[in-house]
Each structure stands twice: as C-alpha cells, then as structure tokens.
Design a protein around this ligand. Structure first.
Ligand SMILES: [Zn+2]
Length: 306
C-alpha cells in the first residue's frame, strides 16, 4: 500500500497508490502525487511497471503519472507502458500534451468501460485476469479485481502409485494440456491433480457503497476498499468505515483492508475502534502507508513494513 490517504495527503498518508507484484508482473493501481518516492521507500523498482490501472481521474489518484513518465524517460525506458482507465485516451493525451516530453517510449491508452453494469476483462496474463466494473462516484470510476486463475497441481505420489508417472517433462505436459498418454494409458489432470483455486483481490477505488462493487467482491479473498469517513457525509460519494465493512460482510469477503482515509481521521487507532464495532465474520485491517500484504498458495499473509 503506497498511499492510504484521500484527497489531501497528511504527514503519515500519501495520496492513493498500490503496487501489485505477481510472478513477472509489476503493476501500479492508482498513482497519486508522490507515488515515486513511496515506491523507493517500499524498495520496489518503478522501471518494472508495465501496466497501470487508474480507477478515476481525480488528481489524488493520477497526478503522480506526470513525474513517473518523466523518470522512466530519464532512466531510458524503451518498453511501452499501458495505462488502463475509464476515458484513458482523453486523459493520457491531455497529460502528454502538457510538457516538452520527448518520450523515448510509447504510452498506450487502454480505455476501461464505465457505463455498462457488468464485469469486464481489462487485462489477461497466463496466470491471472484483471477485470473492472463501474462504481458510484462523482466522476466516471471503476473498481478493479485481480483474479488469479485456478491451477492444477499434480499429486506426484498418487501419479506414481497409480500410473508410474514421475516428476519431469511429462508432468509439465499434463499440466499444460490436461492429459497425456503413458504406456498406452491416458492420464488426465482429474485423475492425479488437485485443483487450487486462485486468489481474488478487489480494489474499490473511490465509491459509495453500491451494487456493482458488492457483485465484484462476492466471495473475495481480500477487498481493499474506500473507507474515507467515520461519520456519514452524504454529499461526498465515499464510503464510511461502517459501509465498507457491511459491504464486505454481505459479499462474504474473507478479509477487508480499509484505506483512503480522510485527514479528519489522522489516527489509525480511531479507525480500528470504529471498525471493531461492525466487523463480525471477517478480518479487517486498517491500511497504513508501506504496509505489505502477501498472498501465498491460496492464503493471505499480512506483513507490516518496518
Ligand atoms: Zn480519492
């Protein structure tokens, strides 16, 4: 969690941004002002980012892009950089029209739909999908989901016992293709495999409590959510801590990480107290800048930064 503040940063909370690392992929989800230095403090390499997912175009979520593009250029980036966002074409063009860039790499706009109430795939790798759904804010805004693909592991003891299949090239082929033939016998993944369900991580961006976010968050392993205020601020288009926890519980999420806190609530202790009033069936964590969350083989581990 690179930044856990809201519209105005504080001494302890930077503007919103989140780094997501999975296998070879390094992604940034939102990029408020100051995100570059937060990445340095977190010890992550900003040159490795290939995809940036912006939830909406309020400056606290994107103003860090300007300086990030410039640093990447100074550092000699050649690979293209993909910016996924509602209205991406318009805003990326506007940013690129602002300065004397002379960019040595391509910045590619990837528009994310924000009008139809359905989940849409915006990015796919071999191992996971990133999807989006429109949410309810004062400007076009989306929430994103990181959905790890389910994966078969081969129970090698069982495979050897039943079929004489040993660890090696054939096991790789079985995982890839779903079946192999060994000594005239067809072996399928269902015969010797264990299906491991992928992890689902939802990031709400800025939103009021809404049906689409609830749909996206159904049975999520982790919901990272707007929880801007303690008291209800009807005109602000954000969630309260109570809203966020209720949504997470109703969606049957396993864990919620509250973030995007108003400077009205500078101390995490008061947010924790408020959260404790409502959390019943889920683990709730209060995010702080540079907090790390690890997922490993179907489970989540929280690890605070020093
Ligand atoms: Zn915001």
């Amino acid at each position: 969690m690179l930044g856990t503040g809201a519209g105005i940063p504080t001494r302890d909370r930077n503007h919103p941004a989140m780094w997501l690392h999975y296998g070879e992929e390094n992604m940034l989800w939102d990029c408020g002002e100051g995100t570059q230095r937060q990445m340095m403090l977190a010890g992550v390499n900003l040159m490795k980012i290939d995809n940036i997912f912006i939830t909406h175009w309020h400056a606290d979520h994107w103003a860090g892009l300007i300086s990030l593009f410039q640093t990447m250029n100074f550092e000699g980036r050649k690979r293209p950089l993909y910016i996924h966002a509602p209205e991406a074409e318009r805003f990326v063009k506007d940013i690129l029209d602002l300065g004397y860039w002379g960019l040595g790499f391509e910045i590619i706009s990837m528009p994310v739909q924000f009008e139809e109430n359905k989940e849409t795939v915006v990015y796919e790798s071999n191992d996971f999908l990133v999807t989006s759904i429109p949410v309810k804010h004062s400007v076009p805004a989306v929430a994103y989901a990181f959905r790890e693909k389910d994966r078969w592991n081969v129970d090698i003891k069982k495979a050897e016992r039943l079929y004489g299949l040993k660890e090696g090239r054939l096991v790789g082929k079985l995982k890839r293709e779903g079946s192999i033939t060994l000594k005239n016998k067809v072996i399928t993944l269902e015969d010797v495999g264990v299906l491991r369900q992928g992890i689902n991580v939802i990031y709400s961006g800025d939103t009021m409590s809404c049906k689409n976010l609830a749909t996206l968050s159904k049975n999520a392993d982790l919901l990272i959510t707007d929880a801007t205020f303690i008291e209800n601020m009807e005109d602000r288009m954000h969630m309260t801590i109570k809203d966020a926890i209720e949504l997470a519980e109703n969606a049957n999420a396993k864990m919620a990480v509250l973030t995007h806190f108003s400077r009205r609530h500078p101390h995490n202790s008061e947010i924790k107290e408020e959260a404790a009033k409502y959390a019943r069936n889920i683990d709730v964590m209060v995010a702080k800048d540079l907090m790390r969350i690890e997922f490993r083989k179907g489970s989540l581990v929280m690890r605070d930064a020093d």
